[in-house]
Structures are given as structure tokens and as C-alpha cells.
Write a protein that binds this ligand. Structure first.
Ligand code: BGC
Length: 736
């Protein structure tokens, strides 16, 4: 009764408001009570051609035009994914020098992926969305969801790993929770920007199956389930067309097949011609190549491909008016959803709540790779040690900055060393052990220190220590985990392999923590008793690492990509240079659909650490999977259940994974593919039943002859396990 009364009251109020707005003659496009489509139509009908075209280009480094005459505001954007980038100057890349724009640094997206927890993706999206909103941004340039094809890709840390299903599950939550704040995501970089070498020009040749089975699903989920309001076109070419001008990926797949109703924004400088970008599906052209001021007269934003020349082509009739009306409608829709959204909250910035969220996500993403049973160095029993030696530059290096567009100016970053000192006090000593050069973009700056003397010093100190906590890995310098260049090798940089070998000879009590967004080779793996993969963890980095090292938090992260033993074990690197990085800017994805663990499975290659792998301080026992039936028909479904028990002494979280594979497929198919997962928390001794629903779409493949997803009758296997290689229970099923 109460609810009905409330509803009646609300509808009376709404009617009154509409009457008032009509009485005051508010145009439809300005009336927030009108449906967005009506507002778009109304605004469009009032705009001149020049005003419509103006919407399609940048007006500064990070904003695009509104319609000042009609009171329609511009769109403000900022780089994102891991935090709101510092304010950049109007017309140049120089930081604007604000003192109130230091944000909360959230863990890198590779860490979010390692949580295998959609709830963490939702928390991440909500928190970062609030920060963007507070900073008056309408569009967050992120999240990045390019698939991890090679461990050399400099931007893997900005993405969510090698599996389309895992990425899809996380990105949907992330998007919805950012956009709840009235801030649009701009999911990037669509499509196939899977390497930084020649990122502007490499022309990717790829099969339809690899496109649809590996590289497109996360985008489809972002559009159809996440309802992303904007998408960023990539720099690279796809079958001869640039990502921002692609008939195939933009017009056909994104806009026609998936019904995307938002705007396509170019990567900065990603458009290359007026005709190709206007007709190829680009809506907003952003860029790098003008400063708009001193070069402004000859080289201003108006000279962009979707500027003056686009207007001319429309006036001459070489591009139809329907083209600009479509673009302007999409951009207006984006403006009404964000900049003119009167329902948005005010957001919040740099709050304790956001720091807590960053820490919680980091805690769940850190992956315990090895914890030798005999030594059991982890979790650290503090009372056993008087002299704990911390070694490694990453114990003190700021890792929220650097890396390119995702580099952050943060209000706070707790280094591993300072968190360890807080936790263990005077037992902690430090020596750097190795050093990189300063964090630079576009070139490698050498280290001013001698690698030999740093190593000698570390080895000397290591002899006196009871425990060594090594904190190394990659960093966000150029040619490491950084935009615009790929890594040079799978090995650790800055002579760390030699350092670790030398340390292992003088002290066996080593806990090795690697911070990176990529897999690294570990030639010394057998000599090191405890290994942790720690990612770039954001503002609370040190605290999160100590949460895991000390056992205050039980590790529960799982790898979102395969760690290969050597580069040649990776699909993309198993062929010649045509497959990576390409020859004469042409690259053929020869491994096809066999990316990541799919490649390992098909070639029987043992990974250093497999996809989905991660240890805990407790143990879990999987029972036998049960099912009511095991025959599936079109439109049918059935359920598999499996009991999981925490057999250890402390509570812990486990990610239960479901993979499915066809036994004798008519086309080459991966042995198994991830089709479900569930992260659960169990108290010691507790058992729970996990149930997965199996439906025909989980068995289908993309039929390139028929250009559609298809099911074929046959025998399948469902594998339930704790990683892609640690399968605990298998059931056979038939599809009829
Ligand atoms: C990057 C994008 C970024 C843009 C704006 C480009 O170089 O590839 O990810 O959003 O710059 O900073």
C-alpha cells in the first residue's frame, strides 16, 4: 500500500514537472524528463550542418565540441582504467600543473583479472567511476580489453589476460558500475591492438574464427551486456583498414550486428583520411598532432579529417547527410547520457573508501606461485627472523607512474619497503640489488648505477640475513610494461636473473615477489622456495603485498594468462617473424584460435605456471562432479555440481573453473575452453556445492563458411578444476 502511494505521488510529481516544463517552454532536448531519443531528435533538428560537424572533432587534447549556441556542453575525457590521469594542458601534452588532481591509484587491470571475481570488477568500476565523476569527466578512456597474445606486449598490464570468457565476465561489471555514475567508459583499443611494436601501422591478417572466438567476445559482452556508451578505435590495421576506419569491425560488426548505439572515439591520431574515417564508422576524432595554438592557424583541430574537409565533402554531396546525422545523433546521445545527465551524483575523490577498495582488489589479485612445502617460508612467521633483508628496486620504485597513458599522479602510494618496515620494524634492512634507469617514455634511459657493485653488495648482505624478501620484476619504463614499444625479451631486465642466481647460492631462505603486468621467464625457479606474482598494485601496493606475505590475507588470485617457460612456447612466437612482429608491417596470426592455454593444450606444452593457477595458504579438496543427465539438446540445459571442501586450518577463497571441449570436432578446436568459474570462500572444514549450468551455446564454435556460431552433435567433456591443468573431475556429455 505504501509503495503504491509512493508511485502515485511520483507520477503526479512527474506530470506536474512536465506540465511546468512545457508551460515554461523548455525545448524537448533540454528536458531531462523526456526520453533520450526524443531529445536527440529534437537537438538534431535545431542544429546547423556546421554545428553537427563540429561535434566530431577534438577541441583540445582531452575534450570535444558541444553546441554552445544551444547550451549543449562539450565532452571531457581523461585517461583511465587505473585512476583519473592528472589534468593535461588544453593544447599540449604538458601536465597542467594542478595541485588538486592527485587520484587514487587502483591496481592495474591485469591484477583485477587475476582476482577472477566479478564482484571486484564491480567495486573497481564503482570506485573509479566516482573519481572520474568528481573530476568532472564525462568519458573514461578505458578499460582496455585487448587479448594477451604475446608476453612481449608493452600494454598487457592494462588488459585482462588471454581468455575471452574471463575478460567478458569482468568487463561487464566494470562498465556497468562506472556508467552508473553518469560517466561513459570508452573501451579500448578496438580491435587487435595486441602489440606496441608498429602499433600505428601493423596490418593484422586474421581468420574469421580467431576474430569471433578469441578477439571479439569481450567486446560483444561490453556492448550487449555492459551497454558501453563509447568505444575507442585502435591504431593498427585490420585486414588493410585502420581500426578507426574499419568497415568490418566498426560498421558491420559493432554498429550493425551488435546494434552499438554509442560513439566511436579515435585513439589519439588514429584517423588517416576524411573519406575512410567518415564512411568507416568513426564518430569523434581525437588527436595528438596539433597544439591548436601557435601551430593553430595552419594545423588546428579544424584541419582534422572529420573537420573542415568532412564539412566540404558533405556540402558537395560526396558523403551523404545521413552520415553526419548518424554521427551527431550518437554524440548527442553520449552527451545526454553523461554531460547533460541531471541524475548523476557528485562522485568522490581520493577517499579512504577508495583506498580500501584498491587494497581489497589488490589483495584478491596477488597470486601465490610457489610455496615450497619443506621450507614453508610463507606466510612469514615474524618471530623466526631477526634480520630480514629486502632486496630489489621495485621495493622502492613508484609504479603507479610511467607506462604511458595509464601513468598516474597519485595522492598516495605505499611502497613495499615502507609497508614491510611498518609491519616488521627494525628487523627490516634494505639494499637495492639492481637498478633501472629513470622512468622515461619513448626511449630507454640507462641506470646511473653499476649493476656489478649493486649485486656484490646485495650478495654480501644476503649472507648475513635470516630471510630475504626480493621485490623485483618489470617496471613501467620504456621497453618494459609501457606503451609504444614491446619488451625485448621474456627474461627479467636489469640483470636480475644473474642477481637471483647469485643470491640463491648464498641464502636459501628467499621469498621472491615479482611485480609486472606480464609473464617472465624464471630460469632459477627450482632454486627459489617461495614465489609471488604481484602486478602493479596501485596506491596500497605495499600494504597489499604485506597482507599476503604476513598471512593477514590468504592469497586467492589466479593467473589470467599463461606463464611460458620460454618465448618459443607461445603460439604467436612459434612461427616466423610474419606471426610476430610482422614483416613489412604485415602480420599474420598463424596460431589462429590457439591463444594462451589453448596453444599449450594443443601442442602438449607444459607451462611454467598455467592459466588459472594460483595457490592458497589453505588446501581445498574437490569431490566428484555429479549431474542429473548428460545429454544436451538444442534449447536444453543441464547442471553439474561439485562439492569443494576447505581441508586446511584457515579460511580461504578458491576459484572453481569449468572448461569444456569437444572430443572429435569436425574443425580444429581447442582441447578445452573456459566456460564458467566461481570464486567461493570457505571456512576450515566447510564444504559447499558449486553448480554450473551447461547450455548449448557453451559448446558452439564459429563456423566461418556459414559466418555464424554453430553447434554440432557429438561427444564433449566438461572439466572442473582449480586451474587449466589441475583438473579435478571430468564428465562426458553428448550433444544431440
Ligand atoms: C593511447 C590511448 C590513450 C590516448 C590518450 C593513446 O596514445 O593509445 O590508450 O587513451 O593516447 O592519452
Amino acid at each position: 500500500m505504501k509503495n503504491i502511494r509512493k508511485k502515485v505521488l511520483l507520477s503526479v510529481m512527474l506530470t506536474l514537472m512536465t506540465v511546468t516544463s512545457q508551460a515554461q517552454n523548455i525545448p524537448v532536448y533540454l528536458d531531462p524528463n523526456q526520453p533520450i531519443e526524443a531529445r536527440v531528435k529534437d537537438a538534431l533538428s535545431k542544429m546547423t550542418l556546421e554545428e553537427k560537424v563540429a561535434l566530431c572533432t577534438a577541441q583540445s587534447k582531452f575534450s570535444s565540441h558541444g553546441v554552445p549556441r544551444l547550451g549543449i556542453p562539450e565532452l571531457w575525457m581523461s585517461d583511465g582504467s587505473h585512476g583519473v590521469r592528472e589534468e593535461i594542458s588544453w593544447d599540449s601534452w604538458t601536465p597542467a600543473g594542478w595541485t588538486n588532481d592527485a587520484c587514487t591509484g587502483f591496481p592495474a587491470l591485469s591484477c583485477l583479472a587475476a582476482t577472477w571475481n566479478p564482484k571486484m570488477a564491480a567495486l573497481y568500476g564503482k570506485s573509479i567511476g566516482e573519481e572520474f565523476r568528481y573530476r568532472h569527466k564525462d568519458i573514461m578512456l578505458g578499460p582496455g580489453i585487448n587479448i594477451y597474445r604475446t608476453p612481449l606486449n608493452g600494454r598487457n598490464y592494462e588488459y585482462m589476460g588471454e581468455d575471452p570468457y574471463l575478460t567478458s565476465q569482468l568487463v561487464v561489471q566494470y562498465i556497468q558500475n562506472v556508467q552508473n555514475n553518469g560517466v561513459a567508459v570508452c573501451v579500448k583499443h578496438y580491435l587487435l591492438n595486441n602489440q606496441e611494436t608498429w602499433r600505428d601501422s601493423v596490418d593484422v591478417q586474421i581468420s574469421d574464427r580467431a576474430l569471433h572466438e578469441i578477439y571479439l567476445p569481450a567486446w560483444k559482452a561490453a556492448v550487449e551486456k555492459g551497454h558501453a556508451w563509447s568505444i575507442m578505435g585502435s591504431y593498427n590495421k585490420i585486414r588493410g583498414e585502420h581500426g578507426c576506419e574499419s568497415q568490418l569491425t566498426l560498421n558491420k560488426i559493432l554498429k550493425t550486428d551488435w546494434g552499438f548505439d554509442g560513439a566511436v572515439v579515435s585513439d589519439w591520431g588514429g584517423a588517416h583520411s576524411t573519406m575512410a574515417s567518415a564512411l568507416g564508422g568513426l564518430d569523434i576524432e581525437m588527436g595528438t598532432w596539433t597544439n591548436g595554438m601557435d601551430k593553430g592557424k595552419t594545423f588546428a583541430y579544424d584541419d582534422y579529417y572529420l573537420g573542415r574537409n568532412y564539412l566540404k565533402a558533405l556540402k558537395e554531396g560526396s558523403i551523404p547527410m545521413s552520415n553526419i546525422n548518424d554521427k551527431a545523433s550518437r554524440i548527442l546521445r553520449l552527451i545526454f547520457r553523461t554531460a547533460m545527465n541531471t541524475n548523476r551524483s557528485y562522485g568522490s575523490f581520493g577517499s579512504q573508501e577508495h583506498l580500501n577498495a584498491a587494497r581489497e582488489i589488490a589483495d584478491e589479485g596477488i597470486v601465490l606461485l610457489k610455496n615450497d612445502n619443506k621450507k614453508r617460508l610463507l606466510p612469514i612467521e615474524a618471530k623466526r627472523y631477526k634480520n630480514i633483508l629486502v632486496i630489489g628496486e621495485n621495493a622502492i620504485k613508484q609504479l603507479t607512474s610511467g607506462g604511458g597513458a595509464a601513468g598516474l599522479k597519485v595522492s598516495k602510494e605505499i611502497s613495499p619497503l615502507s609497508a614491510l618496515q611498518t609491519k616488521y620494524g627494525e628487523a627490516i634492512h634494505y639494499t637495492m640489488g639492481y637498478a633501472s634507469g629513470p622512468t622515461t617514455y619513448g626511449h630507454v634511459a640507462p641506470s646511473p648505477y653499476s649493476a656489478d657493485s649493486l649485486r656484490d653488495e646485495a650478495v654480501k648482505e644476503a649472507q648475513k640475513a635470516d630471510l630475504i624478501i626480493y621485490i623485483g620484476g618489470l617496471n613501467k619504463n620504456f621497453r618494459q610494461d609501457c606503451e609504444s614499444g614491446d619488451r625485448e625479451s621474456l627474461n627479467l631486465p636489469f640483470k636480475q636473473d644473474q642477481l637471483i642466481e647469485a643470491l640463491s647460492k648464498v641464502n636459501k631462505n628467499i621469498i621472491l615477489t615479482l611485480l609486472s603486468g606480464n609473464a617472465m621467464a624464471m630460469p632459477w625457479k627450482e632454486k627459489i622456495p617461495a614465489i609471488i606474482q604481484g602486478w602493479y598494485l596501485g596506491s596500497e601496493a605495499g600494504n597489499s603485498l604485506v597482507d599476503i606475505l604476513s598471512g593477514d590475507v590468504n592469497p586467492s588470485g589466479k593467473l589470467p594468462f599463461t606463464f611460458p617457460v620460454k618465448l618459443a612456447d607461445v603460439g604467436a612466437h612459434s612461427f616466423d617473424a610474419e606471426s610476430y612482429p610482422g614483416v613489412n608491417y604485415k602480420e599474420i596470426y598463424k596460431e589462429d584460435i590457439f591463444v594462451g592455454y589453448r596453444w599449450n593444450d594443443s601442442k602438449n606444452i607444459t607451462a611454467l605456471f598455467p592459466f588459472g593457477y594460483g595457490l592458497s595458504y589453505t588446501t581445498f579438496k574437490y569431490g566428484k562432479a555429479t549431474f542429473a543427465k548428460n545429454t544436451l539438446t538444442q534449447n536444453g540445459e543441464f547442471k553439474i555440481s561439485i562439492p569443494i571442501t576447505n581441508t586446511g586450518k584457515i579460511k580461504g577463497k578458491e576459484v572453481v573453473q569449468l572448461y569444456i571441449g569437444e572430443e572429435n570436432p569436425s574443425v580444429p578446436r581447442p582441447r578445452k575452453e573456459l566456460k564458467g568459474f566461481n570464486k567461493i570462500e570457505l571456512a576450515p572444514g566447510e564444504t559447499t556445492n558449486i553448480t554450473f549450468k551447461i547450455t548449448p551455446d557453451m559448446l558452439s564454435f564459429y563456423d566461418d563458411a556459414q559466418q555464424t556460431w554453430r553447434n554440432e552433435p557429438g561427444k564433449f567433456k566438461a572439466y572442473i578444476g582449480s586451474s587449466s591443468t589441475d583438473i579435478k573431475s571430468t564428465i562426458e556429455l553428448t550433444f544431440k
